[in-house]
Ligand binder design. Structure first.
Ligand SMILES: [Zn+2]
Length: 319
């Protein structure tokens, strides 16, 4: 299972909840990030180098003869350099082009370049090894990756070892705008525009990936709204796992009792109960909320993915 999302959308919370299911294992943000180190505290409270889960992962890599370190991005990341911008052009979105056809052509082109093909094959092997090790450790059958980028979901779907079921996690853009403004200093309206572009990108990639075509045809089936997840976790989680043939256990709303080794934000140390963050309702003035809505609606109206974007926006702003 793959969770595609904008940052600050509650993907760490969703990973915790999914990881509580006996058949599901998740390490959360499975590709690491710049600045990750062996001293980083896993959600189990141990440093990564001492955590039993990540020790088991490292052992599987050693047995497979593959490198594995906790310094920055993990070997599971599709990457050719330490420069994020270059990696984005090779593996993610082509800036400003917004074309599924050109992105597919780019994918076929880079796969023909021997040096890049070698890196893709190495990352494929690393992903298979990581996921098999995580499932083995947890005694689970489904792995949940919340690494955000839909392009990663597409890459993973090309590995024949497993099948990928995508989920598109959405949080109210006004909450995203406030979180991004507070954490990164971004302008609120600029964040709203960036957010709606990311939503369009996720829709475009999922709808244009052949193995996702069936489930993405009724796009609402892929959508998980963070606010719904917090209000009705049992029902929403049941909807998330039904397509992969799993039942939802009773009382699936508290997650502290299970063993977790999740790479994610600071909520990994929370009390283990679902708490909805809606600070924006207190802090964003009405005029700013209206401006954010106008930005998103205007963008969606002109998009060729208008239908799916409307399904994303209506629950926030009213249809
Ligand atoms: Zn751990």
């Amino acid at each position: 299972m793959y969770i595609a999302a904008n940052q600050y959308s509650g993907s760490t919370l969703l990973a915790f909840l999914l990881n509580t299911h006996p058949e599901i294992a998740s390490a959360g943000h499975t590709i690491g990030w710049q600045g990750l180190s062996p001293e980083f505290l896993c959600s189990c409270g141990a440093q990564l180098r001492d955590c039993p889960f990540f020790t088991a992962i490292r052992r599987h890599f050693e047995e497979a003869g593959l490198p594995f370190t906790f310094d920055g991005a993990l070997p599971t990341k599709y990457s050719i350099s330490r420069f994020d911008r270059l990696d984005r052009i090779v593996f993610d979105n082509l800036p400003k082009l917004r074309s599924a056809t050109l992105e597919r052509a780019r994918d076929r082109l880079v796969e023909r370049i021997p040096g890049i093909r070698h890196r893709i094959e190495a990352a494929d092997r690393a992903n298979v090894t990581f996921i098999e090790a995580a499932l083995d450790y947890a005694g689970a059958s489904v792995y949940a990756d919340n690494s955000h980028s839909p392009y990663r979901a597409r890459r993973l779907a090309e590995i024949s070892t497993f099948s990928v079921h995508p989920v598109h996690l959405v949080r109210d853009v006004r909450g995203i705008a406030l979180s991004t403004h507070r954490n990164l200093g971004w302008d609120l309206e600029f964040t709203a525009l960036h957010w709606v572009r990311v939503q369009e990108q996720i829709v475009r990639v999922l709808q244009n990936t052949p193995s996702f075509a069936d489930c993405a045809a009724e796009y609402d089936n892929l959508l998980v709204h963070y606010e719904d997840l917090c209000d009705r976790p049992q029902a929403v989680l049941a909807k998330v796992v039904r397509p992969i043939g799993l039942d939802a256990p009773e009382g699936w709303t508290s997650f502290k009792s299970a063993e977790h080794h999740i790479l994610g934000n600071e909520m990994r140390f929370d009390a283990g109960t679902v708490r909805k963050s809606e600070r924006w309702k207190r802090e964003l003035p009405r005029v700013t909320r209206k401006a954010i809505e106008a930005r998103c609606r205007d963008y969606a109206r002109k998009s060729r993915y208008c239908d799916a974007l409307t399904q994303i926006l209506d629950p926030m702003f009213g249809g």
